[in-house]
Design a protein around this ligand. Structure first.
Ligand SMILES: Cc1ncc(COP(=O)(O)O)c(C=O)c1O
Length: 317
């Protein structure tokens, strides 16, 4: 869990004080989960603060909002600028940035298609989603809760209501003493973690489930696919069985919040012989170089935050 605090929240075009960033208790999104959101990070780089893969996150936000009939009353460029502005206003790095598209005005009844669509964007100090386990290796459990089929809840949209299964799976894993849950799709193949995609490594190749396993098409997943390919590792998107994971040489989660987190154990099975394994380590090394601006090849993934342009920006966590 990440305790949320900050100075300012961008709400429908205004930067309001953190304590005043409120919505009505009868707001539609609060009752029915009809909201869409993003999780984005900004990092200190050698050139100052920069948001990682901002364009792709905002593109996904618009795709999710369109699917849920929530027209965002701003252009993608305006939303990108708002992300930069709120990050600068909070003067925090590394930052976790959370845009949320919601209906916040008092209105009951599920079919609220006409209610005002609002956008709020918070930027708070970033922590590690999986805590210490991000470094030492995650102990994960195959969850008894499965990912809802995309015929019911399309997984490409990052919608608030999609997270009910993640919540149940996460609660179950926590109660059983694990760091994280792995949800299967409705056919019993691997889908993803509660807030991450999953990769495994076998005989020098990377494998990861695709959209047919009802995953969110993660932007970190895409980053890893590009980095791994550039490093010369073959990458295969396919249906992945639990047995393939149990017998993998290496495995790891990817996500904006979790970054790249090596998986040490799944249930009673130890994955590979070292955590992180050598290929995971290689990918992690280039990933960290990319997000700190040390890899010119990937500099297009970074959007500068001009007011956080000092070379060694302050890190508060
Ligand atoms: C369910 C789920 N899967 C995967 C991911 C990873 O996506 P990304 O790398 O875009 O953060 C997330 C995080 O947003 C998520 O919530």
């Amino acid at each position: 869990m990440m305790a949320a605090n900050g100075k300012k929240v961008w709400m429908d075009g205004r930067l309001v004080d953190f304590a005043d960033a409120r919505v009505h208790v009868l707001g539609h999104t609060l009752h029915y989960g009809v909201g869409v959101f993003e999780g984005i990070r900004a990092y200190p780089t050698s050139q100052g603060g920069a948001v990682f893969r901002l364009k792709e996150h905002i593109e996904r936000l618009f795709t999710s909002a369109k699917f849920y009939h929530m027209p965002i009353p701003y252009s993608p460029t305006e939303v990108e600028q708002a992300v930069v502005d709120v990050t600068a206003a909070n003067d925090v790095l590394p930052a976790y940035i959370r845009p949320l598209v919601y209906r916040g005005e008092p209105a009951l009844g599920v079919k609220n298609l006409k209610g005002k669509v609002s956008l709020a964007i918070a930027a708070i100090p970033a922590k590690k989603y999986l805590g210490e386990a991000s470094d030492s290796g995650v102990r994960a459990k195959i969850s008894p809760f499965r990912k809802p089929h995309s015929d019911s809840l399309p997984s490409f949209a990052k919608a608030s209501g999609n997270y009910l299964s993640s919540y149940l799976a996460g609660a179950d894993a926590t109660h059983d003493g694990y760091d994280e849950a792995i949800l299967l799709d409705s056919n019993g193949y691997l889908s993803e973690g509660t807030g991450e995609n999953i990769f495994l490594v076998r005989k020098g190749k990377l494998y990861t489930p695709g959209l047919e396993s009802d995953i969110l098409l993660g932007i970190t997943r895409d980053t890893v696919l590009q980095i791994a390919t550039d490093l010369g590792y073959p990458v295969v998107e396919k249906l992945v069985s639990v047995n393939e994971l149990m017998s993998a040489d290496e495995a790891f989660f990817t996500g904006t919040y979790a970054e790249i987190a090596p998986i040490k154990e799944v249930g009673h099975y130890t994955i590979g012989t070292e955590t992180p394994g050598p290929i995971t380590q290689n990918v992690m090394r280039v990933f960290h170089r990319a997000l700190t601006g040390a890899e010119p090849k990937y500099s297009q993934w970074l959007t500068p935050v001009p007011r956080l342009a000092r070379p060694t920006a302050r890190v508060r966590s």
